[in-house]
Design a binder for this molecule. Sequence first.
Ligand SMILES: O=C(O)CCC(=O)C(=O)O
Ligand SMILES: [Mn+2]
Length: 202
Amino acid sequence: MKDLFENSGLERLPIDDAEVLLQRGIDLGKPYALLIDKLIEVTSWRQQEIKIYGKKYLQPRLSAWYGNEAYSYSGILLKPRPWTKALLELKHRVESIIGHQFNSVLLNYYRDQNDSMGMHSDDESELGKQPVIASLSLGEERSFLLRHKYRKDIKTIKLLLSSGSLLVMKGDTQSYWRHGIAKASKPCGPRVNLTFRNIRRI
Ligand SMILES: O=C(O)CCC(=O)C(=O)O
Ligand SMILES: [Mn+2]
């Protein structure tokens, strides 16, 4: 079968039960430092409260949801904000690199080394069975962890996502793997990650 992103320049990583592609240093038309500063300044950031086994926690990062559809996960409903010019520009860049369209983006702002994201799969029903998720990283390099859900013989994979990295997860990745962002062991500056997704109206 022809790979969806055959001509994209993204490298497919050799990971069992997953389709993960990565390209570092993608061309966004503007310096990364300028883009992250602007996104930090103009985004409507919120620190969401989530419920895990009935107990309420504040997420250890800030986030924002833009696009056409609402999205619910971990017991919270995110109402979308309308696309901004800057986000649409980034969306179009990513879409033209990988040849795939998106209707929403989740932004996560890791303010420093203490901010993180727990291990999870992006497997909500609104995303469909084999979602294509494109993740763009800006700012401080952080460790992105991938852990197989069932096979204990496969070690946790650590990918260092530097500013300007584009990571694509597709196929069975969400069915077999969890991913997350670990706290950093040393002090570090801000990182903003944008995950472009397709929310299906159900
Ligand atoms: O910050 C990252 O690289 C991961 C983001 C992520 O997994 C998510 O938004 O679901
Ligand atoms: Mn995720």
